[in-house]
Design a protein around this ligand. Sequence first.
Ligand code: HEM
Length: 440
Amino acid sequence: MELHLLTLTIFCVLASAFPPDVLSALAAVEDLQLPNIDAALDLSKSRTNCGPTPCGGIFNAKEQYVPTTGKHAYASPAANQIRGPCPGLNAAANHGYLSRSGVTTLPETMTGLGDAYGMSPELSAFLAAYAIITNGSPLTGTWSIGGPPPSSGGLLGGLLGGSQGISYSHNIYEGDGSIARNDAYLNNGDAHSLNITRFASAYATGLANDRYTLDGFAQDLLSKIQESIATNPYYFAAPFSTTLVVPVAYNFVINLFSNHSAAEPNGYLDGEMFKTFFGVTGDYPNFTWLKGQERIPENWYRRPSSVPYGIPNGFLDVAINFQAYPGTFRLGGNTNGVNTYVGIDLSDLTGGVYHSSDLLDLKSSNAACFYAQFVQAVIPDAAATLLGELSAILNLVNKWIKPITGSVKCRVIGRYDQTLFNKFPGYKYKPKGQATNYRE
Ligand code: HEM
């Protein structure tokens, strides 16, 4: 299939794809593996800052303007307010789109991230549900955008090791190879503080014309992964955190931090905005990080609510990156020091039900089917949790995680062979946090 026809097919599929049932629509098309790497590169470079589906020329100043005054005025976090590894969440909390305490709920996440960035409710809810189940407090329905809340003492809730917050969710939510955060092992477990050198190399991708793109960031992802493999003996790409969340975060920068205008309705991101959202000042390469001071720029317009960034967009952008820059797809890790990377095939992990190629497929239903099930696979471990907590967890799964596959009939995974991970030293590395990130 010729590229323009293929691109058109993808766009048509996705255009019809938004609610009610995008994944059923995707399931109806053939597997979408691009014919060769040149075609994948062309598709990657053709993306606008609205992602694979352009924002359709829509610009509505009133609807897209994001207020930064009044109740949404910027305030730096106080000593007892928590911030963490995610600039999108930190900036939202600093402007009161999420609770300024840094401990939030699922409904507040849905509303706040929709209002601030145009993230779709089902994507926000999925991300928040996973945070509550794994590193938050299922009983109270809360989760921390940084380290453990002081009141929890790390004892309350959280399926996988207490209410640690996302700062200390290594290999569960947070992973290696991030844009501007260190690999946890290389920084004594701190993967939430910004590293200026890493920020500068991402910044360099847009220096030439002061514009940042999905393709430029895909290239930065590739070089950050190569750096991790070459410097971090504990580099480990776990199925959800490092295989998916880390690459998705690169795409969030372009899709959700871009400013939209009548002249550029698909959005554009320049260096000033990139620095503002990341709490960075100075000029390349002499930057300074202002800890916890991520901001939403003044006079900034988010993507239209009618074209939100949702789960299908997320999978498609990641799959395009994987196909255009194959080294960005990682499931595996270093086995015996640096530069000893060994990959594992998804097929071995899932008893042959899914294959790694399913995660590279532009048809996102296979990836959604795998991730929806993988996330649920942590549930049996809940035997050790309180009874009330288990039912709260199941409620979150049924309401916000299972539905990401729509009405698609997913291939069912009978069992996971997680012993495959034992050969990776990084698999067992689980740093735990202090009470808040910014308390010295
Ligand atoms: C419930 C919603 C969200 C959750 C649970 C979440 C969680 C996370 C986590 C765990 C990380 C660390 C991943 C890593 O190791 O690199 C991260 C990074 C990141 N997130 Fe979010 N996030 C959410 C929403 C957003 C939004 C709305 C944006 C943008 C508007 C965003 C932008 C980013 C970026 C750019 C990074 C990479 C930071 C860096 O490497 O310096 N996230 N997020």
